[in-house]
Ligand binder design. Structure first.
Ligand code: CDP
Length: 781
């Protein structure tokens, strides 16, 4: 570890960005006000499924202050009524033929103020002819279901895809030879990332220069620029996407939404900047939903060992297939569906269906839908423990992949980089006092109290990805870092990723501090402006540290190698005679003779050896050899109120292993956030629909997110198993707790009722569901 002087890896230094955030001096897109700026509002469909007979915009256009009313017809004249999705499907920008979900974008008003634009929406007359809605994937795939994507050539039903992984024959054999088969049917409900800041943009197309500057809530500004260029036919050098400060993303700000496209088209046509600010209802009903997976899992067990896994998934994709998945692995759940267990055979099938719901399928704080996979295997293993009459911790330990098996190739063909699952579980059980708690649970039951202990030993996969295998819309998933050291020894680091609150301005400066010896305070980190940062695929799926973090370490090392030559020149010795201990090079055996990295930086501009290129800067594009596989064990203790069905987490213990931690405080903050979101999904977050396809969950009165009041406190622990292929041994961590924890909460609730035969409760586990279960097994009071 670098000296405390420079604050490299392992130091819980304060977050640099907080200096502006806590003073209210952040710069979000809605803070941007440009001269002559107009405001855009979107008209959304009240129906889930209806044919559009006509749209009359005359009254809206006549309202004073309205500058333009945009319809799908107008967009179609510019070939922009439809756009491609990240999964290679198409999505309506503004509806022309039909509306296919409630909340779909139908028209837009551009006006001098947002209030005028909103008033004008009410003057647009749309004549709809309602069609029967499809509100679930089973209904969608049933014979005679209404065809949702009737505009797609060759599409004769609502089926989107079928994907498989694993070895069917070997899995069938494992099941035939098993002495126990355990099954679980469960549903991971539709929920929403709900960042504090909704989506939006300010599009500014300059009629004189033709340059389009778009300030937008983008987790992937470079990729978005390329997609804008390809779709709109604008020259890429004339597009500048700026992601200013972003108020949370969690996957919601990965796709391109119609609002961005219409605002940009409107600015291009009108010649003035156009701002679009999505409201909360617009965000919840039309932008990237998450999950919505119906899952069936079967586990074959022989002599207490898991020998086979069979999984069938059915996914509700909404009206347009818009998942953010790598082209090669559309069903990202394959990556870790076998979890932390050494299961020799697996076969997984997944199907997707169109329904009359919003598109999305974003990985809400998750990589490629692995959250669903993690939930299924951890719930299935707990069910197996009850069916076999074995303690759930013991069963896990008997089946964990062992440290000497890494790198470990799973039955679905993915190679886990490193792990020590027993160590994480042992620490978690020790912190929890597992044995004592089991005794307490039994004693409480005697008194008529219901305590439950839930475990989840998750394995995650983050850091997409090796470019030979991973891409989004064809763009390979490398990432980049450009480092410029100025003559006075201060530096600017420019990255292709984009923080949405994760603390990159601090942690990436710490990597430079560690590798190049420049104090972290002296390294300014810049992200989010496509004109001024190197190309990258953006921040989601916890890929920043595994990919851009690695790029930062590599470029720092390259500059250090040049600095060593400069040091040799200054000290008039051979570079082989020098040793490095951040922040100085010293002559071996003569520690008083040395120069600092700042001396070397000054020399790079003032005193160069003959033949050396001036300056101390460079850029590195990093192609990771593999993903990283963080892991951990979470334990939750709950008590159920037999009178009301309410459940309360009494303790939450979380042991995470994300390899080497750059900033332990920031890592713990990430885990706190993830555990809170996991609790929210387990307890309350739900977007559902009535039989007409009306979205229930379109505001924060219906879509519940927890406050500090309901959120439990967390006890954290860590083990450190470095990633063998990452230059600083780090794995990503941002999403681990959201992926791992929902199963721990649900396992705890089910555990409180398992002695009475309860095996499953569906998320969100609301008190009425618990009450129904209590009543059914005669435990209600
Ligand atoms: O891609 P994203 O930033 O969302 O996720 P991440 O790479 O897991 O990082 C989240 C935050 O935790 C960043 O500030 C990381 O640099 C920090 N982190 C860390 O300090 N040590 C790790 N081993 C992993 C992440």
């Amino acid at each position: 570890m670098a000296s405390t002087e420079v604050r490299g890896l392992g130091h819980s230094v304060e977050r640099k960005e907080d200096a502006r955030f806590i003073r209210g001096k952040g710069n979000y897109f809605d803070d941007i006000v440009l001269p002559g700026m107009l405001h855009m509002e979107l008209l959304r469909s009240p129906y889930a499924h209806a044919r559009i007979k006509s749209i009359d915009t005359s009254a809206a256009a006549a309202l004073p202050g309205v500058v333009a009313v945009v319809t799908g017809e107008l967009m179609a004249q510019h070939n922009l009524a439809w756009m491609p999705t990240l999964s290679g499907d198409t999505q309506a920008v503004l509806a022309t033929d039909k509306v296919r979900f409630q909340g779909q974008e139908v028209a837009a008003v551009v006006a001098e103020s947002p209030y005028i634009a909103k008033d004008a929406l009410e003057l647009i007359e749309v004549d709809y002819d309602p069609l029967p809605p499809v509100t679930g994937p089973q209904q969608a795939l049933a014979a005679g279901a209404p065809l949702i994507r009737d505009e797609k050539e060759g599409q004769t039903d609502n089926h989107v895809y079928h994907w498989e992984a694993g070895d069917k024959e070997a899995t069938d054999k494992a099941f035939a030879e098993a002495d126990k088969v355990v099954e679980l049917d469960t549903f991971y409900p539709r929920c929403h990332p709900s960042p504090l800041e909704c989506c939006g943009c300010v599009a500014d197309v300059n009629p004189a220069t033709g340059k389009a500057t778009i300030y937008m809530t983008s987790q992937a500004p470079h990729a978005h620029r390329t997609l804008f260029a390809l779709v709109a036919g604008l020259p890429e050098e004339k597009i500048r996407i700026i992601s200013p400060d972003i108020g949370g993303g969690f996957g919601n700000k990965v796709p391109i939404y119609p609002g961005y496209v219409v605002a940009t088209a409107a600015s291009l046509l009108i010649g003035r900047p156009v701002k679009w600010v999505e409201d909360r209802t617009g965000n919840l009903i039309s932008t990237g939903f998450a999950r919505d997976y119906h899952m069936h899992g079967e586990l074959a067990v022989k002599d207490g060992k898991f020998t086979g896994l069979r999984v069938k998934m059915l996914s509700d994709q909404g009206a347009f297939y818009a998942d953010a998945q790598p082209t090669k692995f559309r069903a990202g759940l394959f990556h870790i569906v076998t979890g932390s267990y050494d299961i020799p055979a697996a076969f997984v099938e997944t199907d997707g269906a169109y329904t009359n719901k919003a598109p999305g399928g974003v990985a809400y704080r998750c990589s490629f839908r692995v959250t669903e996979a993690s939930y299924l295997i951890e719930r299935l293993v707990q069910t197996a423990a009850y069916e076999l009459g074995v303690d759930p911790a013991e069963l896990r330990k008997a089946n964990f992949i062992k440290p000497d098996q890494f790198p470990y190739e799973s039955a679905t063909g993915f190679v886990y980089d490193s792990g020590d699952y027993d160590a994480a579980m042992d620490l978690c059980l020790e912190k929890l006092g597992y044995a004592e708690l089991r005794a307490e649970q039994a004693a409480a039951r005697e008194e008529g109290r219901l305590l439950g202990i839930g475990l989840a030993s998750f394995t995650e996969v983050v850091g997409a990805g090796p470019r030979h295998t991973y891409d989004i819309a064809g763009l390979k998933m490398f990432d980049s870092a450009e480092l410029r050291v100025h003559p006075t020894g201060k530096a600017i680091l420019k990255l292709g990723v984009r923080s949405q609150g994760q603390g990159h301005e601090t942690t990436f400066a710490q990597i430079v501090a560690e590798e190049l010896g420049i104090p972290y305070e002296d390294v300014e980190v810049q992200e989010g402006d496509t004109d001024n940062t190197p190309y990258g695929l953006g921040t989601y799926a916890s890929r920043s540290t595994p990919v851009a973090g690695a790029a930062t370490a590599v470029i720092s090392r390259q500059l250090r190698a040049k600095a060593q030559k400069l040091a040799a020149h200054l000290l008039e010795c051979s570079e082989d005679d020098l040793e490095w201990k951040a922040p100085r090079f010293t002559v071996k055996g003569a520690p008083d003779r040395g120069v600092s990295i700042q001396d070397c930086a000054f020399a790079a501009y003032t005193n160069l050896p003959d033949g050396m290129e001036a300056g101390l800067e460079g850029v590195h594009y990093y192609d990771p050899p593999n993903m990283t596989f963080p892991f951990g064990t979470y334990a939750v203790l709950v008590e159920i109120d037999r009178g009301t069905g309410q459940w309360k987490p009494l303790r939450v213990v979380a042991v995470d292993d994300c390899g080497v931690r750059i900033n332990p405080m920031i890592v713990e903050g990430q885990i706190h956030g993830g555990l809170t979101e996991g609790f929210a999904i387990a307890a309350m977050e739900l977007i559902t629909f009535d039989e007409d396809g009306n979205c229930i969950g379109s505001n924060f009165m219906d879509y519940l997110i927890p406050t500090a009041w309901e959120t439990p406190s967390f006890e954290l622990g860590e083990t450190v198993t470095p990633s063998p292929h990452h230059p600083i041994g780090a794995k990503g961590v941002g999403e681990s707790a959201t992926v791992g924890s929902p199963a721990a909460y649900v396992n705890a609730i089910v555990d409180a009722l398992a002695h009475a035969g309860v095996r499953n409760l569906e998320m969100p586990v609301t008190p009425d569901k618990v009450w129904a279960a209590l009543s059914e097994v005669g435990l209600a009071q």
